[in-house]
Design a protein around this ligand. Structure first.
Ligand code: B12
Length: 465
């Protein structure tokens, strides 16, 4: 445990870091958008700390620079865990004596991994309250024993798993500041800006890490949402004018109660001149798309909705606890398309009840139903999910090479498909789909060479994993 005086703390230099995945096939590593660290930076700035964020997908940085910071906090998901672990080891090897913290969905489920490579503590689940509490303990030079929500190493190298931190209430969530995007090194390169008005998800799909990580569903008030949009427009003009906003809520409409707030926000956005010039994108359940919501989305400037349509097969949907039927999907899509909203279907290849042909028929249906964009990912055994826990309980051997945890690799062999047919589903079916849509074809051609290369490397790797 490292200590520092109050004076030190207020001059303390804090670096928050999000590494990029090292897997060259990870198409998401091309997207210049961070997750939670700008929000944490805003919270710490309000408390008087000096913070800088390094998001490697936004701008590469020289890791030696980090040596000059007093505290380094890393944020990890599974596919960025390995490069982060390497970085922590390098920092310690180079003699870094400051405090190293790790947080994020992967570290929350597997905190010991971070401690093993040299971190002092892992902040589990939400960091909004835990991080300031931990900084206060450092500042006051008191034991970390009473800081809820952390797993840490004592001076004698004993691991302590403190009880969980209380989750933010809806009021606390509503009072959070706008993420400090300007603290990201190279922020002028950002073109997508994530904003979130809720935590968690009312549903509990077996493959998804959100429920286990963020816990029960909570959402912000209409006042807080409007204030965030206004602050972005008035105080962060560059971001407002140059970025597409990504409402990163896992489920934009959520429950009936939060849907009322989301609808109200959509009504007020055009009236209060709060439509971002570059438009915005959200993630929603297709079953929530009524004609009214579709009209509201359109009038409020929504350009694409990302829909979790993991499958169009009733049995497959049931097996993953999706709570959605094929009829919900076709109805919802027709409502959205009737208002000219583009749709992205986020599908999963390798659900146990699927065969290659049932999967292919599903994608053919989606094309018939007019879906604009398609994402096919192989099933990923994300740590802490129901799916992974069930597989582990059955004694299934799951690769722990987290570099491959990005949906571009076939990590699991489903009951009725070979790994090769999952591979075909991910790559060839995507090509087949885009071949028939001009919209998609243009997008696909832009990345054609990358995609071909990816297919070949991927093919080799499918059987190595
Ligand atoms: C926006 C988003 C994206 C964006 C940008 C991602 C990026 N930069 O990595 C895009 C669309 C590109 C994307 C892609 C992918 N994503 Co994504 N994404 C999200 C989403 C929807 C929101 C992230 C966010 O902004 N959260 C809000 C912030 C506030 O939360 P947070 O980052 O977790 O931070 C909080 C705490 O974790 C903690 N904390 C975090 N870091 C730290 C660090 C310190 C020091 C401390 C003290 C605390 C702390 O404090 C914060 C405040 O409470 C999440 C779902 C979710 N609800 O979080 C999925 C999620 C993070 N994605 C996930 C995955 C798997 C992927 C993909 C592999 C695709 C896929 N198969 O689904 C790719 C890989 C991305 C990559 N980096 O290579 C999983 C990760 C699970 C895991 N164990 O790995 C999630 C949780 C979704 C899920 N359904 O399970 N994603």
């Amino acid at each position: 445990m490292k200590t520092a005086s109050r004076e030190d703390i207020y001059q303390m230099k804090i670096a928050l870091v999000e590494m990029s995945s090292r897997d060259r096939l990870n198409i998401y590593a091309l997207i210049k958008m961070g997750r939670g660290i700008p929000l944490l930076a805003a919270i710490l700035k309000q408390l008087g700390y000096s913070v800088e964020c390094f998001v490697e997908t936004v701008q590469k940085f020289d890791w030696l620079e980090l040596l000059s910071y007093d505290l380094i906090g890393f944020s990890i998901i599974s596919c960025t865990a390995n490069p982060t672990y390497v970085m922590i080891k390098e920092l310690r090897k180079a003699g870094y004596k400051g405090t190293i913290l790790v947080g994020g969905p992967h570290a929350t489920v597997l905190p010991d991994e971070s401690l093993e490579v040299g971190a002092d503590a892992v902040v589990r689940h939400e960091g909004d309250k835990t991080f300031p509490a931990l900084l206060k303990a450092i500042e006051q030079n008191i034991s970390w024993e009473n800081v809820p929500g952390i797993t840490w190493k004592t001076k004698t190298n004993i691991r302590q798993h403190n009880p969980d931190q209380e989750l933010l209430t809806s009021d606390e969530l509503s009072a959070l500041p706008l993420p400090a995007f300007e603290t990201i090194r190279g922020h002028q390169k950002i073109h997508q800006l994530p904003l979130m008005f809720s935590r968690g998800c009312p549903y509990d799909c077996v493959f998804c890490a959100v429920r286990n990580f963020f816990g029960p569903y909570r959402f912000t008030t209409i006042q807080s949402r409007m204030l965030q949009l206004k602050t972005l427009r008035d105080n962060y003009t560059w971001f407002w004018e140059n970025c597409t906003i990504f409402f990163a809520d896992d489920n934009f409409f959520g429950t009936h109660e939060s849907q009322l707030i989301a609808n109200e926000m959509l009504r007020r956005m055009p009236l209060e001149n709060l439509i971002p010039p570059k438009g915005w994108v959200c993630q929603m359940r297709v079953a929530d798309a009524s004609l009214e919501t579709a009209q509201l989305l359109k009038n409020a400037g929504c350009i694409v909705v990302c829909l979790g349509i993991e499958s169009t097969d009733a049995i497959a949907l049931k097996s993953i606890h999706k709570g959605q039927t094929p009829e919900d999907i076709s109805n919802g899509l027709s409502k959205l398309h009737s208002q000219g909203i583009d749709t992205l279907a986020m599908t999963i290849a390798g659900i146990d009840t699927d065969t290659f042909w049932s999967f292919f028929r599903g994608i053919r249906k989606l094309r018939e139903w007019g879906i604009t964009y398609l994402q096919i990912l192989a099933m990923v055994p994300l740590p802490g999910t129901k799916l992974t826990n069930q597989l582990l309980a059955k004694g299934v051997n799951i690769s722990r090479n987290y570099d491959y945890y990005n949906g571009m690799h076939v990590l699991l062999k489903p009951a009725k498909m070979s790994k090769f047919s999952v591979w075909l589903a991910v790559y060839l079916v995507t090509i087949w789909f885009y071949f028939f849509t001009t919209h998609g074809l243009m997008l696909f051609m832009k990345r054609f060479k990358y995609y071909l290369k990816m297919m070949f490397v991927m093919f080799r790797q499918t059987y190595k994993i």
